[in-house]
Every structure is written in structure tokens, then in C-alpha cells.
Design a protein around this ligand. Sequence first.
Ligand SMILES: C[S@@+](CC[C@H](N)C(=O)[O-])C[C@H]1O[C@@H](n2cnc3c(N)ncnc32)[C@H](O)[C@@H]1O
Length: 252
Amino acid sequence: MRFSPLLLLLGIEFAILSSGAHDLAAEEKVAEKAGWYMGRQIARTMSYHGADWLIRNSREREEEPQRLLDALHLKPGQQVGDYGCGNGFYAIRLAHLVGPKGKVFAVDIQQEMLDLLDARCKARGIGNVQPVLATEKDSRLQAHKLDWLLMVDVYHELSYPGEVLGEIRKSLNPHGRVALVEFREEDPTVPIKPLHKMSQAQALKELTANGFKLVGQFDGMPWQHVLFFARDDSPRPSVQLAAWNAAESEPE
Ligand SMILES: C[S@@+](CC[C@H](N)C(=O)[O-])C[C@H]1O[C@@H](n2cnc3c(N)ncnc32)[C@H](O)[C@@H]1O
């Protein structure tokens, strides 16, 4: 799919520091939601018009996704969800890691994002990514299936976080985990608009209020927090949050 330069610019605007115009469809969506959840303002949904920003050349250098993937210790054959997958920056990497016997359920509310993802999978001969068209409240995922569910830069823009967390909780198997990845609100050096960042404390508050417990964390990303959650009835032991510390978290 080709985007006009204007649309592309409008889509990219969503997260980087500048404010201002966004594409009209996305603005209408914002007007509908413009909500708050547990003291946090919900961000606008990123339009598919900005999808190229998700696969920009600089993303590897800025986010170092391999650090996150290594921290998941994925195994061939596992069933993994990529919630709010966009055009598949992570879904494609996950597909390689779980291999042909594993599966990636790539969930998004924008069919256009799923179409872009599908085209990128086909171009690479990847056959183990299943696109799943969700609604804002219904994940359309099967129950008790997933070993991992990854959410990268998505949670802060869910219109109905409580409902979606309920769906995600159901989709995990008893040992399944959620990797919640959000830009660090505590860190002024992260060049992302405040509405698109989240603090560890806020994430913990919202997840624990919705039937999850913290079971791990990874502080080795350049810009993002990574918190691992399991269902609160999972046999996995819970852990205490270690507050983010700039000095200790510098990637090497
Ligand atoms: C900022 S993009 C991130 C995409 C991808 N995770 C990545 O890191 O490249 C956020 C994505 O979340 C999707 N999204 C927003 N609300 C959603 C919801 N309730 N359910 C599923 N996807 C949602 C948007 O359509 C968009 O594709």
C-alpha cells in the first residue's frame, strides 16, 4: 500500500514530541474515546496511515527489540499473542522464534494494519502468523491458549483497558504471561509525547486491579519499561516491583 507524504506525516505525528494535526478519521476516534482510566488519560489510537513509522529504519537502533525478545526466552512451538500488532514489527520476529510448530496470533482493531502485516508475512514466506481482527472490547482470542502475550506501545491507547485485560486474562494458559512494554514516563530523555508514556506504578495499579500479578521485569531497554504479568491464580510466584532507576538501567 502506498501513502501520500501528507498522510504519512499526519500518522507519524501521533507519538513524537510535536503536537498538532492527525488524520481526520483518527481525530474522530479520539473524540469518541477521550477518556480516562484509573487516573490516566487514554491516548488516541494510532492510525494505519502512520504504519510506516512503526517499521522506520531507526527503530532497531532506538528500541533494540532483540533485547526484549531475548528476555522472553521463547521456545519453538509456543503460542504467542501480539496484541495491537500494527503492521507486525514484532509479530514477524515472534514468528521466527516460535517456528513452524508455533503460532503468533496478531491482534489489531484496524483491518488495514492486519492487511499490511499479512503482506509483510507473505513477502517473507511466513505462515505461522494468524491475523485476528478485534473490536475495542473483544479480543476474539480463544481461551487458555497463550504462553505469552506481548503488548508493545499499545496498552496506553486501549479505549477500554479493563475489558481488554479481562479478555487477555482469559486467553492465557495457567503459566502464560503478558509482557507489557511502554515508553518510560519517569524518564524525561525518552523523546515521546507524555500521553504515549506510562509509569511502572500506573501499569502495576491497572493490571493488579484486573486480575494480574507482577511476575518479573526487564529494565534493559533504551526507552521502554517491560513488566511481566501472569493471572493472579497462576502458579507463578509474584515479585515486588523494582523501581526504575536511570543509573542502573543504562543499556550497555
Ligand atoms: C502504536 S501501534 C503499535 C504497534 C505494534 N505493537 C508495534 O510495536 O509496532 C498501536 C496499535 O494498537 C492497535 N490498537 C489500539 N487499540 C486496540 C485494541 N483495543 N485492540 C487491539 N489493538 C488495538 C492500533 O490499531 C495500532 O495498530
